[in-house]
Ligand binder design. Structure first.
Ligand code: HEM
Length: 509
């Protein structure tokens, strides 16, 4: 065949294929639109980019956008309709009823083009956060013992020790009368805690965090996930692999994987030595010990890769989230001196005239008012604002059938600010919402900072304990006040961060 004819045939075939996709796209788009007739959502919508064009570029404006959108369109039906790229329908859940329907179902985590869990996969593999189906169910069973209270109890010492280092760092700022950026200090503290609890990492992360290559790589990885989330072009793997941030992301993943593998291999060796009678000196069992010993019903152990994925998942889920929660709760306490004082009085009474400021395990359940502040802080600021699921088959919300392929957005942030759910004072910090007298008024699925149902947060008790100890240490030592010359703005990514930092002054008590 002539070369010219071959080229013509190829061009014709490509043309027919493109035409086929365009026609199918429009047929699909019309069909889906008719299925969602009558569902409310913002009217402005681009034929290709969907509702993306409504989203403000700035993170803090996007927070307000979601809140306003859900209050405007989602009050009656409990959800809002958005259109994703390529006309992917997206149901934004913002009421306890719809949250309940989604959380009780087995709809898988979203890993398609706009499914953020796919972005985490090069780092976390098929770890618990990302896995679906049988694989997830098996690993959840194997990992649950790692969060038993007998395992968590000795971590109280780890929280105390790391919080002491944080207090020392802030003390130098307090004595110099300088303001300090809360988020970055708290984040190094929570990273140190999870590294110690996950695999007894012994380096002084809080002091050498700026130079420690492992800590730097973990921080860069989490930052680049945020970057990808905010840049839709980077959703395409091919672009992500060649852009500068994406390339650095893969290099960092290789590096942290290599460090984790080395630690796993060394621990395997020391466990073998333990079996032969040589015990190592550690005083607590860390997550790695549990993972190495875990066995399923058939006697199968987790592979080295599975263990690495779970350790990395704990690192990711276990430090940015708690840093966000602690920082924003401190922000609200700095804004409401009365609440701050009440917490301090409670902590002072519990610690009494003990020699040490260390919180003990038995103290944690006594911190009633601080717990109310923690809960209210996590409502007002929502450390994990949004989760998503992808319907693999038809799904029912009330009497509406949602077609296969619809993205379900669990918008906890919006639900936490629905006027018809929390009242007109939903933007105010009111810990009394969670008092013993009022807690019964909160409906099932109305308050889900750790998600709910089978895919809820496995680390929620760990997180609550850590928040209580770190906040108690800080409030025992300092009065906090916001820097009046700096406006703190939210920045929404996988966790709730700040746009230009959170600056405060600490005054020694
Ligand atoms: C304030 C702190 C925390 C918050 C607000 C939080 C919130 C959440 C939420 C909302 C989910 C569900 C995610 C989704 O469905 O996509 C989740 C899952 C998860 N969290 Fe947390 N988390 C926190 C701390 C922790 C800690 C400290 C750990 C580990 C030590 C942890 C480990 C996990 C894991 C492994 C999952 C996946 C569970 C599964 O799917 O079976 N989290 N977390």
């Amino acid at each position: 065949m002539e070369v010219g004819l071959i080229i013509k045939t190829i061009l014709l075939s490509v043309g027919i294929l493109i035409l086929y996709y365009i026609v199918s796209f429009f047929i699909y788009s019309r069909r889906v639109q008719s299925l969602f007739k009558g569902v409310k959502g913002p009217p402005k919508c681009h034929w290709l980019l969907g509702s993306f064009i409504n989203f403000p570029a700035e993170g803090h404006e996007r927070v307000q956008f979601f809140i306003d959108m859900c209050n405007n369109y989602g009050r009656d039906q409990g959800y809002v309709l958005l259109w994703g790229m390529f006309r992917k329908p997206t149901i934004v859940a913002c009421s306890p009823r719809v949250m309940g329907t989604i959380c009780k179902s087995n709809v898988p985590k979203a890993k398609g083009l706009v499914g953020v869990y796919r972005f985490m996969q090069p780092w976390l593999g098929d770890g618990l956060l990302v896995a679906n189906g049988e694989k997830w169910a098996r690993n959840r069973r194997l990992l649950t013992p790692a969060f038993h209270f007998e395992i968590l109890r000795p971590y109280t010492n780890v929280y105390n020790q790391s919080a002491d280092i944080l207090v020392k760092k802030i003390m130098s700022k307090a004595e110099a009368g300088e303001r300090f950026e809360v988020f970055q200090h708290v984040c190094l503290c929570t990273l140190e805690i999870i590294l110690k609890c996950a695999f007894s990492y012994s380096k002084d992360v809080q002091h050498d965090g700026d130079t420690n290559p492992y800590v730097k790589a973990v921080n860069r990885i989490t930052d680049s996930l945020t970057y990808r989330l905010l840049h839709p072009l980077c959703y395409f793997d091919i672009i992500w692999r060649i852009c500068k941030v994406g390339r650095q992301f893969y290099t960092d993943c290789d590096f942290v994987h290599a460090v984790a593998e080395e630690i796993i291999d060394k621990r395997k060796e020391s466990l073998l030595l333990e079996k032969s009678g040589n015990h190592d000196e550690r005083r607590y069992i860390d997550f790695l010990d549990i993972l190495l010993k875990a066995e399923d019903e058939d006697g199968h152990k987790l592979t080295r890769l599975e263990i690495r994925n779970e350790v990395d998942t704990f690192l990711f889920e276990g430090h940015d989230t708690t840093a966000s929660a602690i920082s924003w709760i401190l922000y609200s306490l700095a804004e409401t001196p009365d609440c701050q004082r009440k917490c301090q009085t409670e902590i002072d009474e519990i610690l009494g005239d003990r020699d040490s400021d260390d919180l003990e395990w038995s103290d944690l359940s006594k911190l009633e008012y601080l717990t109310m502040c923690i809960k209210e802080g996590m409502r007002l600021h929502t450390p994990v604002p949004i989760m998503s699921r992808d319907t693999a088959e038809e799904f029912n919300i009330g009497d509406r059938v949602v077609p296969k392929g619809t993205l379900l957005q669990i918008n906890v942030l919006a639900m936490n600010h629905m006027e018809n759910v929390w009242g007109t004072d939903h933007m105010e910090f009111k810990p009394e919402r969670f008092s013993k007298e009022n807690i019964d008024q909160i409906e099932p699925f109305q308050y889900i900072p750790f998600s709910a149902g089978s895919r809820n947060c496995i680390g929620q008790n760990f997180a609550m304990n850590e928040e209580k100890v770190v906040l108690s240490k800080l409030l025992r030592n300092f009065n906090f006040r916001l820097d009046p010359n700096h406006e703190v703005k939210k920045n929404m990514s996988a966790v709730m961060r700040t746009k230009d930092g959170m600056f405060m002054f600490a005054e020694k008590r």
